[in-house]
Design a protein around this ligand. Sequence first.
Ligand code: AMP
Length: 280
Amino acid sequence: MFIFKKITDLKPWVDQQKQLGFSIGFVPTMGALHQGHLSLVAESKKGSGLTVASIFVNPTQFNDLADLEKYPRTTEQDIKLLSGAGCDVLFLPDVAEMYPGNLKLDKAYDLGYVETVLDGASRPGHFQGVAQVVEKLLDIVQPDELYMGQKDFQQIAVIKRLLSLKKSNIVLVPVPTKREPDGLAMSSRNTRLSEAQRNTANLLYQCLVSIQAKKDIQSFGVIRKECWDLLENKGVQPDYITLADAATLEILSDFDQSRNMVALMAAFVGEVRLIDNLIL
Ligand code: AMP
């Protein structure tokens, strides 16, 4: 696996591979890699092209400085995992490489409705930062396909919007969420949980499963309250538990069988904020 830290080293490589006729699948990450990330690499490798992954903890998408500072960094292990997974190139820039001036957003992205709800409402500016870094990375890597995890369901909607704003031909490929045996969605943030917190963290998934199981027999409001109370009783603080249209993220007050629906939630386990979702 090649490792490039400089844009001026990666770009000529990309240009050369494109001239040779290779397509490029791209997997952007913030590192602290787990099997969820590697499933994106595996998905990319099913195509005929080359796979480029990036590791960059993007400061502009953190609305909470403590969260940025505590974000796990395990670069040596990440390199081994990517290499073992057959990734062709790792782009590993530092902050000065990605933001040579300052960290201010150079423009506002018109992300529309999808930015106003759920994590967009709870984490002001988060999706502007995500759009900014993904646009920069796409301009550098120039991929044909972009692989992203459904675990970050709203992020996929935001990036779809970004691609349409850019009139881009890049194909966005959503990849299903990888889970631990007890259902907890794999996340780099899970490593910050204490053993006791780790044992309650799977309650998020249990709530999503109960929403799915009871959707034909109870109102969403009743199930939502049951879930909210259960989490609070176990010391987990929900941020939101929401039902939405899976195509548009329009918030639904109750189940609507005529639509494809998704249940989404965010909750604090201690000071660690976890998100998860389930398509119903
Ligand atoms: P992150 O490093 O958290 O920014 O994630 C990088 C990419 O991996 C994003 O597209 C995520 O949606 C995806 N991802 C993170 N966790 C999982 C998971 N458990 N299963 C599948 N994809 C994931």
